[in-house]
Write a protein that binds this ligand. Structure first.
Ligand code: FAD
Length: 637
């Protein structure tokens, strides 16, 4: 299929305005005739549902959790970017656009990223109007701090709880619409299939996670806001329920999956402590505003940090990247931490950690000031590690955190299935090969509050939609296939738990396709995953029944999808014979060990098409055109 991103013509800065003018409108009285299904109620789904209902559409919103307030978005710690330039440091829409394109190692679309920077300012206004309690400076203006890959302070924050505060804002807007009856909220529902009729997404099949009932829902369009797939690595900073199921099942119905190998490894997480862990904890990037990253200069130095003199410490990020220092982007900081540990300079019992030290900041600004900015993060760190970070440097190590890849979408955020829109972390749209900190929330809310509400109108107004009910044969086929899948999982009655398979998959993914990748190992991993998948379908143990609350069954379905998706990720990584952003193939690096792109052969989005069970997926390419920025080797020196 020829991929058409539908990027409007004209000057970069005018594209979005012109496009919005050209889009067909649904007149206010007609909006109530349409029904839109939104799957997911995190920041992307919550904001989209609320905005669509506010416009007059009828919305049905679904989520796995018991309340939208428990979406993974709530975990976001550090902040959200916008080009307000409140700090008077010379920020602008152009600068935010440029930093984001460069931060993504020139693997994102110019038009999308520019639009994102443009609407970033509206997001802050919207959230302030909702009462989101952003931190303020002494004069009462909203305060800003720095995040990686930028030399201006443009990150709006609420201590270390930005996700919670933004989600409360979106949730209030959503619940207002639930109150008016424009949104019907279906919590504890898992979407297990998308129903496509005449090439258009016209509904979904869900499982009621409390009763086990398989349910069908029809609509005029379906919007997936189901988050990222980082948990394919088992251990990640993502919420335990984060999964790829909705996106992957849509992929199997014809939605292309773009750049699955672009996964983000966050440099500052609490290191793995043992084999019993099922989750990792992030220590927000915002901490690198004040924390200094270092390792002992001597290999194998096992002294306590306070015993290591200043002259014996290597502040390797500050030394190597003087312009950006500790605030280099995540991919760069992660690789450097790994490099130090590989050289034997890592700290902690495992040798897989580096220090993040606040001693100088506390001396300079006082403990109170540091506590005000990061108090809850320090408390979280102390609870988990039993070390007091005001007195002893934090120990941190990179971990899987975010998915830049996702379902392919055009400028309208529509996938390759007509009427199936994809928002937030679930799509691939704006971050290229590496997302800059504080840009995920910006993108999710831009999609939900300010992009979809226009583009979906263009689709609904301009597309003939036949009358469809859940009695249609396509719904029946879908229900049969979902039931078969559930019954198959329950019937195996093997000896290994779902978690056991998930953990093994995670080990393969991390060891063979993690921070550093090489072709031989990736090829080997592909075979290992195929074997593991075969064993899963013969030997997994899923106790209980399908007609009941059954978390093992829920997990089994998600892990079954991860076992297929993991292979797709490897296929994508193997096909991209270059290094860029978070995708670091050891064969392609500069003399200074930075990622070496191959713009001649790989300046494209890889969009994978499902070709059938046990068949290699088909690669479709969307060439990326850079008309406004020059492709350069990224440098943060
Ligand atoms: C610890 C942590 C801290 C972070 N901090 C920041 C930060 O400071 N700044 C920043 O910009 N970004 C941050 N991020 C990234 C950011 O939080 C996420 O990218 C973003 O919140 C994702 O929002 P979303 O709405 O796309 O998805 P989510 O919030 O993951 O929501 C997914 C929704 O989909 C539902 N769902 C999933 N699958 C199904 C299914 N099959 N059926 C029905 N419903 C389904 C879920 O129930 C949920 O409602 C952080 C991430 C982590 C892990």
């Amino acid at each position: 299929m020829q991929l058409d991103a539908k990027i409007p013509g004209g000057q970069l800065a005018e594209k979005w305005d012109r496009y919005r003018f050209e889009l067909k409108l649904v007149n206010p009285a007609n909006k109530r005739k349409f029904e839109v299904i939104v799957v997911g109620s995190g920041l992307a789904g919550g904001s989209a549902s609320a905005s669509l209902a506010e416009l007059g559409y009828n919305v049905k919103t679904f989520c796995i959790q018991d309340s939208p307030r428990r979406a993974h978005s709530i975990a976001a710690q550090g902040g959200i970017n916008a080009a307000k330039n409140y700090t008077n440091e010379g920020d602008s829409i152009w600068r935010l656009f440029y930093d984001t394109i460069k931060g993504g190692d020139f693997r994102a679309r110019e038009a999308n990223v520019y639009r994102l920077a443009q609407v970033s300012n509206n997001i802050i206004d919207q959230c302030v109007a909702q009462g989101v309690p952003f931190a303020r400076d002494y004069g009462g203006l909203l305060a800003n701090r720095s995040f990686g890959g930028a030399q201006v302070q443009r990150t709006f924050y609420a201590r270390g709880q930005i996700g919670q505060q933004l989600l409360l804002g979106a949730y209030s807007a959503l619940m207002r619409q639930v109150g008016t009856g424009k949104v019907k909220m279906f919590s504890r529902r898992e979407m297990l299939d998308v129903v496509v009729i005449n090439g258009q997404a016209r509904g979904i099949v869900t499982r009621n996670l409390i009763t086990g009932e398989i349910e069908t829902h029809s609509g005029d369009a379906v919007v997936l806001c189901t988050g990222g797939y980082g948990n394919v690595y088992f251990l990640s900073t993502n919420a335990m329920a984060s999964n790829v199921t909705a996106a992957f099942r849509a992929y199997k119905k014809g939605a292309y999956f773009a750049n699955p190998c672009f996964t983000q490894i966050h440099p500052t997480c609490i290191p793995v402590h043992g084999d019993y862990q099922s989750k990792l904890t992030l220590m927000s990037e915002s901490l690198r505003n004040d924390g200094r990253v270092w390792v002992p200069k001597n290999q194998g130095d096992k002294r306590r940090p306070h015993q290591i003199l200043e002259s014996e410490r290597d502040y390797y990020l500050e030394n190597k990247y003087p312009s950006f220092g500790n605030l280099v982007p995540r991919d760069v900081a992660s690789r450097n931490a790994k490099e130090q540990c590989d050289m034997g300079k890592g700290v902690s019992e495992t040798g897989l950690a580096v220090y993040l030290d606040f001693e100088d900041a506390i001396k300079r600004d006082g403990k109170d000031a540091i506590e005000k900015k990061y108090g809850n993060l320090f408390q979280m760190y102390e609870k988990i590690t039993a070390e007091n970070p005001y007195e002893t440097p934090m120990m941190i190590y990179p971990a899987i955190h975010y998915a830049m890849g996702g379902l392919w979408v055009d400028y309208n955020l529509m996938s390759t299935i007509d009427g199936l829109f994809v928002l937030g972390e679930a799509n691939f749209s704006d971050h290229g090969a590496n997302r800059l900190g504080a840009s995920a929330l910006m993108q999710g809310l831009a999609d939900g509050y300010f992009v979809l509400p226009y583009t979906i109108g263009g689709y609904l107004a301009g597309t003939p939609l036949e009358e469809v009910t859940t009695g249609h044969s396509a719904f029946k086929e879908s229900v049969t296939s979902v039931n078969n899948h559930v019954e198959k999982l329950l019937s195996i009655k093997g000896k290994r738990t779902v978690d056991d398979f998930h953990k093994q998959l995670g080990h393969i993914m991390w060891d063979y396709c993690g921070m550093a990748r090489n072709n031989e190992r990736m090829k080997k991993a592909k075979g290992m995953i195929q074997q593991l998948r075969a064993e899963f379908w013969e030997n997994v143990l899923v106790p209980g029944s399908g007609k009941d609350f059954n978390q093992s069954l829920e997990r089994a379905g998600r892990v079954a999808d991860f076992l297929e998706f993991g292979e797709l990720l490897l296929i994508d990584a193997l096909s991209r014979q270059e290094s860029c952003g978070g995708h670091f193939n050891e064969a392609y690096q500069t003399e200074e060990n930075e990622a070496l792109r191959d713009d001649e052969n790989f300046c494209h989005v890889s969009a994978w098409e499902f070709a059938g069970k046990d068949k290699e997926p088909v690669l479709n390419k969307e060439e990326l055109k850079f008309e406004n920025v020059e492709l350069t080797q990224r440098s943060y020196k």
